[in-house]
Design a protein around this ligand. Sequence first.
Ligand code: PLP
Length: 388
Amino acid sequence: MRRIYLDYAATTPTHPEVLKAMLPYFSEAFGNPSSIHSYGQEAKGAIEEARAKVAALIGARNEEIVFTSGGTEADNFALKGVALASENRGNHIITSSIEHHAVLETCKFLEKRGFLVTYLPVDEYGLVEPSDVKKAITDKTTLISVMHASNEIGTIEPITEIGRIAKEAEVYFHTDAVQTVGHIPVDVNELGVDLLSISAHKLCGPKGVGALYIRKGTRLISFMHGGEQERRRRASTENVPGIIGFGTAAELAQQEMSQEAQRLTYLRDQLVKGLLEQIDHIRLNGHSVKRLPNNVNVSVDFVEGESMLLNLDLEGICASTGSACSSSSLEPSHVLLALGVPPEQAHGSLRLTLGKWTNEEDIGRVLEVLPRIVAKLRAMSPLLKSHR
Ligand code: PLP
């Protein structure tokens, strides 16, 4: 059976060009970039080339990119790094209630250590209201962290507006751009951010590598201590093959982004239209326009998201009920609950995320299979019987 992968927000296949670029760094070019000899210098040179490619993708200077082990580490580094470095100025952080767990759990950690965190609400589409950010700022606020786009519902947040507010208030501003970099234009100066998290495996790069953009002059402390790698901001021998792969993925994304975004937006809209036409008691979660080109998230009444997922999998279609990290838990998604989706509807949610190898045939197959699955599940559903 041909498998159809529609879980690109969880992770992407590694691009063959990326893999090809990485391979020599596992074998003949194996040097440690800190070594003075030619093996070391060869690896160091390749890392600096990769850094330039990642920087170019987001309009940053090369020295403002620090490689990390992924998006989670970049988020931890930004939040803990600024919170601890600014402790003498204040202890207040502002974030949103729909952030990824990498931000929310880091905030909880900081709260246990005496920091105060404001979790801003969102509207029914998942949008943060910039004036709420402004109102939440106090003279103790040292950091605002609002994600660029939601990994679950694809809503794109008003980062430029929040950036202006942060700058005016002289508060550092971090955005988790793990779902946007390489997919839609991201420019750190246009967005007005001081810190920005990226993860390579969301843009056809390898897993286990990412970066934190740190605007020149931003005060933050490192939390990895050891050697002097990454200009003393992140100790540990660099993941050379991973970083090279990340650089190649960034370069490819920059070349292909505008065409890909257009193609995926078309496929996304076809999928949404087909689902809304063919299935009753279904609704789109998130914003219809301020939305990632590759994200479809729907709530289907009277069925469980997990049942749809398992039945789709039997037909060779791989999707998700929410974010990959929480899809093994039976708790409804914190993001959908924050939008005001009732828990029973949140339980019936399905996320389909498209990507580089998704085509029209795949969308057609989902539109053929999913309405049939929903009808079958509803026929057995006690939820539907009690509704009638
Ligand atoms: N932030 C967002 C918005 C994400 O979607 C993810 C991954 O799912 C992460 C952070 C974590 O990134 P990583 O898997 O590289 O640690």
